[in-house]
Each structure stands twice: as structure tokens, then as C-alpha cells.
Design a protein around this ligand. Structure first.
Ligand code: SF4
Ligand code: SF4
Ligand code: SF4
Ligand code: FES
Length: 691
């Protein structure tokens, strides 16, 4: 330990700690803009300059190692002037847009302006900036991430979070050097055209509103305020813990009851638990794993509940698609059951007949879940996805005193009961541990196999593994960087029977939609809280969930049944593949969205329907046909959709229609060039009925 003083306060801390650590230990606030605890610091913003006795110039506290006997001063008139000068330089280029900015209230630059009373140094710059005429500054193309680079202060944290110290995806990088640099994509492509997996780690570290999750909370509030639709919300396991931090509680504080009470005050008619969907995911996935082990087919099974990971596979390694579990994620299972299962029928005859459906919202620690909710084949089962941060904004916007709410809220039934196994979904290793608990039951080893698998837990190791007697060796990839390292060789193909992948380090508790935290141990604290909830749960194995047992008895028969496949399983496709084009087209047909369907075709395309409608020529005719000639769309339990017959065969175009017919499609595709953009469209689509 070394001893020093900060503003006269003595502190003792480990060797290797920085002056910023020392200040925090002493309870002294130093402004920081380019520092984030789990990323390397490059000291570019100079906001954290401090004086150290005997050192000629002020030092950046975030990178300067503390020494025994240091006398540190953080708040002299000279330091304040340095900070103001730096801020004035940033503000001269920053749009004065706080009134409309999504980051307002959580933006570090805005806080700094308030703390240092710099409002008068902030010119009334219009939206946008003339600084970088050569780059596109706003980008709304991703369903998950919104970029507004006029608000960028060049801290570099997003480049680190997406780059080598973080996700190792390198989707964004600096275009220039020195001042005036900007984090852009390769060739300035829109995010939707890059290999971005929507994990949102860049939004987690961005100190301003330059990178944020695509906001849904405004629409959610409008819909709730209008009170025209029955509404239901589901909440993910990691959210109920991390949301406490948004209201100044200690990391690791569990706020399940407070959060449920807040959601009711916001106006939701039903408050459900995504953990119910997680228990169901385990029932389906454990059954799928054991079936694959028995047949020795498509092993190892990769978990598929992380959409960031699914995006990565579809973008980078379509050869792995057959290994992905076809089980839907808890969010999508829960959405399908809420809209189209027995619950919807209980809401009234108009719901049962299919003329209306409930409005369904999810609250997730994850930005990629926004992306998942619009995937072909599942789109529409969730209407809007809120991140944990967005829910906190809604609660503040409605003036709900979150901290004063009682911790007594209860989830609604029947989609609200859950077990400890579902709760641990929020932590890296949790999905696999939950699968093992239920797979052990299915193979009759429940009493001989351990309930807790500590080898699979933890937020700091990239790769974890355990040998499960009777099942095989399983692995956990903690973060997409560790996953990429594992997949560099082919050893994984023979070594494991199942691999859990979570794109974010720590799992969803470290998700891109979670509160921004400067606590270096925040992941550990959230994780401990998650496992404590599991330990205290009355039931800790998914198959013990009584509502799940009832669901199989009344609706789904058994895990992996035909009925379960219709509602609870999904399909994948390589990006830029014909299969993906077909899945998108059929999704539009099911939703009777002729306009979007037509956008997938060449203007002169031909669709041969193999039906009394014959051949349909031209994108405009296809649009009109879908909108006006097909029978009107049904909703809720009456809504059924096309399904790909082979869930993950990357070339297969065989489809089961809503009427249960088997059809095979063939397709001619053409690439259209618009400026620097290339787009693949359908030139000819031929449908053949198989039986
Ligand atoms: S969302 Fe993830 S993959 Fe996309 S740019 Fe941000 S960090 Fe990179
Ligand atoms: S976009 Fe945000 S995180 Fe990235 S460099 Fe700019 S301010 Fe920093
Ligand atoms: S680990 Fe969780 S939060 Fe991160 S992308 Fe995957 S599902 Fe989303
Ligand atoms: S926070 Fe230390 S230089 Fe930016």
C-alpha cells in the first residue's frame, strides 16, 4: 500500500493505482471525459489535470500513477482555467442541442458545463456541424444504435470499446489524426451496412449523445398515455438489478418490486417477467441439446439467446449457423406467448378472434434486442424494446419517486412465475448452468449432479469450461472477443458438446443498454446480486416452474413438440443470402406489408405464385397484390406465419406456409448500384408446392 494526500485528505491504496483512483478513494470529484474504468486511458480530454507537489506541470490524473507521499491538489484556480479552456474548445464545435438530446441528464459534457457555469461560453450553434463536411454525421440506419457525430468530443472510448481492448470488432475507427478526428466506419458506410452486431458497448462508454441506443421510450409513453390498447411489459433479469444504479443506489441493489410498481404507475396493464421466457428457453434448449447428443448431430450446440452473437454468426461465420440452437430467446418467446398464446385469448373475444392484439414492450439490458425484435420470422411479437437506461428516463420523465416506492411489487400471472435458473441468465455462464440443471433432470441425474457450477461463473475469464457427467464438456465464451479467439482454430468442434456465447463481457449484466457506471467492480457487484436472487429462490430449476408445467400440459404438449416449434423456435440466414431475402419477403407477406415487400424486388421482377393468382409482374403490382388481394391480416392467436423448414441450413429455401403446406422457392437475384451503395434484389421468385 502507498500513502498520499488529495486536497489534504490522507488516502492509502494499492501500488499501481492512479491519481484518479486516489481522488475517488478520498471522495474528491475530478471531472473526466475520456476515462472509462475497464478501458485503457489515453488522456486526450485533459479535464482531469491535477497538481502534484514538486512536479512542474499539471498531470492527467487518469493515467498518472500515484506515488508514496504525493501531495495532490485538484481544484486550484489555475486548474479550473485549464479545464474551462478545454471545455470552451469543445463547446465551440458542439451543437447547443441539450433540449432535444437523448443524452440530456446523463451527458458528461453537459454536467461539466453546469458544474463550471460555462453556459455563456456555448454559442448557439445550429444542429449539425460544418467541421467534417467530408463525413456523414448522422446515421439512423441501425435498429439499435443511433449516431450523431456532431456531438462527438473525440474521446476515443467508442473506438476502444469496439476495438482491440473491447469487442475486437473494429467497426468504428478514427478517420484522421490529431484534433478534428472522428470515429467513423470503413468507407463511411451506414452502420446497417457494416458488420456491427448492435451490442451497444460503444453507447455504454460514450460520454455524450453522439452514440446512443435507438430510442423507443417516446413512442412507449405516447401509447401508454393514449390508453387505447391493452398493454403488457416484460422485464429481463439483469434490468431489475442495474436499474437501482440509475437512482443512486449501490450497484448490486435488487429493485424488482420497486421496478414493478414503477411500471404499473407508468400505465402498463400487465407486468410480466422475461424470466418466464427464460425458463421456457431452458426447457426447449436442454431438450434440443440432449437430442443432438443422442444423434451426434450439429454438435457443439451454441446458445442463441444473445442477438449480438447471432448477428455475429450471420455476418461472419454462416458455417456455424447449423450449430445454433433454434430455440428463440426469452424476449421473443415471451412476446410470442403474450401476443399469440392462451393469455391473449383471455383478454376478450376481439383478441381471441384475431382483430386486435395487446401492445407488448420489453425492458432489456441490451441494445441488440431492438434489432432482434425486427428479425424476419419474429417481427411484431414485441412492439418496442426499452433499454434499462430508457426505462429510467421514463420513470424520471413521469416524476415517479423510484427510491420511495415499496419493494413489494409482484409480477402478474400466468407469464410471471420464474425460477432461480432463469434469473442467472443475466450473467455469463448462467444460461449453460440453467441448461445443465434441467438436462440433468431429463437424464435422471438431478440428484447426483451439482446444482451450482462455479467453474462456469465469473465476469473476468474469457473462456470457462466444465465436464458435465452424462452430458459432456461445455464451454462459456464471456464476450465476443473471447468467442472470436475460440473460433480461430477448429478445436471447438470436437472438444465441447455445448457452448454458451454472450457478446458482452459479463453477459447481459454488462449489456450495452445497462446504466453507465464508473465503478470498476460494477460487473462483479451486479453478478453477485444475480446469484443471490437464485440462491434465495424457492425453485431453482426451470422444469420446476409451475406455470411452465401448465403451459406444456395445456398448449405445447412437450418440449420440442410441433406446437412448441411453431411458437418457440426460429430460423437463421447468412447476411446477403437468398435465404435472408426470402425470409424478409415472407415476413412482409405475413404482416401484409406490401410496400416493404416491394422494396426487396427489382422494379420488373416476376413472382410466380403457384396458386390461382398465377404470375405477378413488377414490384408495384406485387405491393398492390399483398395489400389488397390477400385476405386481411389476423392478429394475436389467429396470426400464423411462414416458417423455414430447415431452421439453420444456409441454402435451404423450403418453407411451411401458415396453412401447413410445404413449398420450395427458387430465386434469381440481381445487385443494384445506387451511388456507392450496392443492394441485392429479387429478379425472379418461383414457388413450387411440394405436397
Ligand atoms: S454496437 Fe457494438 S459492434 Fe456496433 S459499433 Fe458499437 S461496439 Fe461496435
Ligand atoms: S462518439 Fe462518443 S465515445 Fe466515440 S469518440 Fe465521440 S464522444 Fe467519444
Ligand atoms: S450479452 Fe446480453 S446484453 Fe450483450 S448483446 Fe448479448 S443479449 Fe445483449
Ligand atoms: S479523463 Fe483524464 S485526460 Fe480525459
Amino acid at each position: 500500500m502507498i500513502k498520499l494526500t488529495v486536497n489534504g485528505r490522507p488516502v492509502a491504496l494499492h501500488e499501481g493505482s492512479t491519481l484518479l483512483d486516489a481522488a475517488r478513494e478520498a471522495g474528491v470529484h475530478i471531472p473526466t471525459l475520456c476515462y472509462y474504468p475497464r478501458l485503457p486511458s489515453h488522456a486526450v480530454c485533459r479535464m482531469c489535470l491535477v497538481n502534484v507537489a514538486g512536479v512542474a506541470r499539471p498531470q492527467p490524473a487518469c493515467v498518472t500513477i500515484a506515488k508514496e507521499g504525493d501531495i495532490v491538489e485538484t481544484d486550484s484556480a489555475e486548474l479550473q482555467e485549464y479545464r474551462k479552456a478545454d471545455a470552451a474548445w469543445l463547446l465551440a464545435r458542439h451543437p447547443n442541442d441539450c433540449m432535444r438530446c437523448e443524452a440530456s441528464g446523463s451527458c458528461k459534457l453537459q454536467s461539466f458545463v453546469n458544474e463550471y457555469q460555462l453556459e455563456d461560453r456555448w454559442d448557439k450553434l445550429p444542429r449539425g456541424s460544418d467541421e467534417h463536411p467530408e463525413h456523414k454525421l448522422t446515421d439512423h440506419t441501425s435498429p439499435s444504435i443511433l449516431r450523431d457525430l456532431a456531438k462527438c468530443i473525440e474521446c476515443g472510448l467508442c473506438v476502444e470499446a469496439c476495438g482491440e481492448p473491447g469487442q475486437q470488432l473494429n467497426i468504428i475507427g478514427f478517420a484522421e489524426h490529431g484534433s478534428g478526428r472522428l470515429p467513423v466506419t470503413v468507407f463511411d458506410q451506414s452502420l446497417a451496412d457494416t458488420n456491427c452486431i448492435s451490442c451497444g458497448q460503444c453507447t455504454l462508454v460514450c460520454p455524450t449523445g453522439a452514440l446512443i441506443e435507438t430510442p423507443h421510450w417516446h413512442e412507449v409513453l405516447h401509447t401508454l398515455d393514449a390508453r387505447r390498447r391493452k398493454s403488457a411489459v416484460q422485464v429481463a433479469p439483469a434490468t431489475r438489478i442495474a436499474i437501482s444504479e440509475e437512482f443512486a443506489m449501490q450497484p448490486g441493489t435488487v429493485s424488482t418490486g420497486r421496478m414493478i410498481n414503477a411500471l404499473r404507475q407508468l400505465g402498463f396493464d400487465y407486468v410480466f417477467d422475461t424470466n418466464f421466457g427464460a425458463d421456457l428457453t431452458i426447457m426447449e434448449e436442454a431438450t434440443e441439446l440432449l437430442a443432438r447428443v443422442k444423434k451426434q448431430k450439429n454438435l457443439p450446440l451454441f446458445t442463441s439467446c444473445c442477438p449480438g452473437w447471432v448477428n455475429w454468426v450471420e455476418l461472419n461465420r454462416p458455417d456455424i449457423l447449423p450449430h445454433l440452437s433454434t430455440t428463440k430467446s426469452p424476449q421473443q418467446m415471451h412476446g410470442a406467448l403474450t401476443k399469440r398464446g392462451a393469455f391473449a385469448r383471455t383478454l376478450g373475444p376481439e383478441f381471441a378472434e384475431g382483430s386486435v392484439e395487446p401492445y407488448v414492450v420489453s425492458v432489456m439490458p441490451c441494445t441488440a434486442k431492438k434489432d432482434e425484435a425486427v428479425r424476419p420470422g419474429v417481427s411484431g411479437d414485441i412492439d418496442h424494446v426499452l433499454t434499462t437506461r430508457e426505462l429510467a428516463r421514463m420513470i424520471r420523465a413521469r416524476g415517479i419517486a423510484f427510491n420511495a416506492l415499496p419493494e413489494d411489487g409482484q409480477f402478474d400471472s400466468p407469464l410471471g412465475e420464474s425460477t432461480g435458473a432463469a434469473q442467472i441468465f443475466g450473467a455469463s455462464g448462467g444460461v449453460m448452468e440453467a441448461v445443465v440443471r434441467t438436462a440433468a433432470h431429463f437424464i435422471g441425474e438431478e440428484n447426483s449432479l451439482a446444482l451450482e457450477w462455479h467453474q462456469l461463473r465469473g465476469v473476468s475469464e474469457g473462456l470457462k469450461s466444465a465436464e458435465i457427467p452424462g452430458i459432456g464438456k461445455v464451454a462459456i465464451c464471456n464476450g465476443i472477443a473471447a468467442t472470436q479467439r475460440l473460433l480461430k482454430t477448429e478445436a471447438w468442434r470436437d472438444e465441447y458438446v455445448a457452448i454458451e456465447v454472450m457478446a458482452c463481457v459479463g453477459g447481459c449484466l454488462g449489456g450495452g443498454g445497462e446504466p453507465k457506471s464508473m465503478d470498476p467492480l460494477v460487473l462483479e457487484k451486479r453478478m453477485q446480486a444475480i446469484y443471490a436472487v437464485d440462491k434465495n429462490a424457492p425453485r431453482r430449476r426451470s422444469h420446476e416452474n409451475r406455470d411452465i408445467q401448465k403451459l406444456y400440459a395445456t398448449e405445447l404438449k412437450e418440449p420440442n413438440s410441433r406446437e412448441a416449434h411453431v411458437l418457440l423456435h426460429t430460423s437463421y440466414a447468412a447476411r446477403n443470402s437468398s435465404r435472408l431475402l426470402l425470409m424478409r419477403f415472407l415476413d412482409c407477406v405475413d404482416r401484409r406489408d406490401g410496400k416493404t415487400a416491394a422494396s426487396l424486388f427489382h422494379a420488373d421482377a416476376l413472382w410466380s405464385t403457384a396458386s390461382p393468382f398465377g404470375d405477378i409482374q413488377g414490384a408495384a403490382t406485387i405491393e398492390a397484390f399483398i395489400n389488397t388481394r390477400l385476405p386481411p391480416r389476423k392478429y394475436g392467436p389467429a396470426y400464423s406465419r411462414h416458417r423455414m423448414e430447415a431452421s439453420a441450413d444456409i441454402d435451404d429455401l423450403t418453407v411451411i406456409t401458415p396453412a401447413g403446406e410445404r413449398c420450395r422457392f427458387s430465386m434469381e437475384v440481381e445487385t443494384l448500384h445506387q451511388g456507392s451503395q450496392a443492394r441485392r434484389v429479387i429478379r425472379k421468385l418461383v414457388r413450387e408446392v411440394l405436397d
